[in-house]
Design a protein around this ligand. Sequence first.
Ligand SMILES: Nc1ncnc2c1ncn2[C@@H]1O[C@H](COP(=O)(O)OP(=O)(O)OP(=O)(O)O)[C@@H](O)[C@H]1O
Length: 224
Amino acid sequence: MIIKVQNIKKEYISGRSKNLVLKGVSFEVNRGEKVAIVGPSGSGKTTLLNIIGLLIQPTEGEVYLEGKNVSSLSVKERARMRNKFFGYIFQEFLLVEEDTVFQNIEIPLLYSPHRTTKRKRKEIVREVLEKVGLEVKIKEKVKNLSGGERQRVAIARAIINDPEVILADEPTGLLDVENAEKVMNILEDLVAKGKTLLIVTHNELIAKRCDRIFKISDGHITIT
Ligand SMILES: Nc1ncnc2c1ncn2[C@@H]1O[C@H](COP(=O)(O)OP(=O)(O)OP(=O)(O)O)[C@@H](O)[C@H]1O
C-alpha cells in the first residue's frame, strides 16, 4: 500500500463560521492503482487531494505515505516528498504563460537537490515531451498553445521528476472530448508503467475507467 489515510477531518474556519468538510475519512490506495475521487461541487474532493499531496494539513487524522506517517516528517522531508513523490496536475494548468514550454517543464528540475546542467535538462525535458507528444513545441511560448497542449505541458512538468503518485484535479475539465481522451491515455500509460493515479473528476466515463471510485458526500466517503 502506497497511501493510507486514517480518520481525516478537515474544518475550514472563516470568521465565525465553521465548515467541517471532511468528517472522518479513511482508505488505502495500492501502488499502481487508478482511483477516481467524485462527489458534488464543494464536497471536499480538492481538499482531500491537497491533504494527501501535503499541500494543506488536516484538522485531525493521519496520512501515511509508503508506511510513513507524514506528520513525523520534517519540513525538509515534506518539501522533498512534494517535489519527488508527487506529480500535481490541475484543471487550470498553472503554467507561466510568457515562458517557453522548456522553461515551464524544467522548473521541478531546478528545485531538485540534484544539480543538472542545461544540456542535461534539455535532454530530460525532450524525453517527457516525447511521452506527451509535444516534442516539436519545446521552444514555443505557452501562451501560443491550445488548451489540450497546455494540459500536456502541465503533465510533462508533473512527471519530470518521475513521481510515484500523480494527483490530478479535474485534468480534463476544460478540454474537449478529443483532448480529454489524449490526456487520459497519457495518464493511463503512466499507470501501466507502475505509477499510482488519484484523479478528481466530474466525468462519469473517466471515473468508470478507474479501478475504484471514492465518492465523497456529506463529509464521508463511499468506495465502489
Ligand atoms: N481555504 C479555504 N478556506 C475556507 N473554506 C474553504 C477553503 N478551501 C475550500 N473551502 C471550502 O470547503 C468546501 C470544499 O471545497 P473543495 O474545493 O475541497 O470542494 P470540491 O469538492 O473540490 O469542489 P469542486 O467540485 O467545486 O471543485 C467548499 O465549501 C469550499 O468553499
